[in-house]
Ligand binder design. Structure first.
Ligand code: THU
Length: 137
């Protein structure tokens, strides 16, 4: 991916993250997805007073993507953590399963702090031996 395209994905995730509804954890997360048809969809985490009803940023972004009619994730960028020396975060276990539904083993997952890109990993490294639609064939 060119720097410009990565910058655009980072900007979309960053803007979404600003809107995160996190009165309970105060932990803002933003995600941007570039779809296999070249569009960008973003999402933030949306918490709820009934804590289990909270939604991760990945779920929001995937919901927007599917609502928009896209069917595949070409790459995903995640921004989490606080400012300053925040450690990079990775998608939670449940969201790895959500991403699997629309990704390929080599789909790049860009892990970022609010100040920038820290690491890019292939999706398969995040969810080995996954349960996938292959098992249902
Ligand atoms: N969170 C996400 O949105 N995505 C992740 O991959 C990790 C965790 C959110 C859930 C909750 O609103 C907050 O971060 C703290 O767990």
């Amino acid at each position: 991916m060119t720097d410009d395209r990565l910058d655009a994905l980072f900007a979309a995730a960053s803007a979404a993250r600003e809107n995160a509804h996190v009165p309970y954890s105060r932990f803002k997360v933003g995600v941007a997805i570039r779809t296999t048809d070249g569009r960008v969809f973003a999402g933030c985490n949306v918490e709820n007073a009934a804590y289990p009803q909270s939604q991760c940023a990945e779920a929001s972004a995937i919901g927007a993507m599917v609502t928009g009619g896209a069917t595949g994730i070409a790459e995903l960028l995640l921004i989490g953590g606080g400012d300053g020396d925040a450690q990079v975060i990775t998608p939670c276990g449940g969201c790895r399963q959500r991403i699997l539904e629309f990704a390929r083993p080599n789909t790049p997952v860009h892990l970022c702090t609010p100040s920038g890109l820290r690491q890019t990993v292939p999706f398969e490294s995040l969810l080995p031996m996954a349960f996938s639609s292959d098992a249902l064939r």
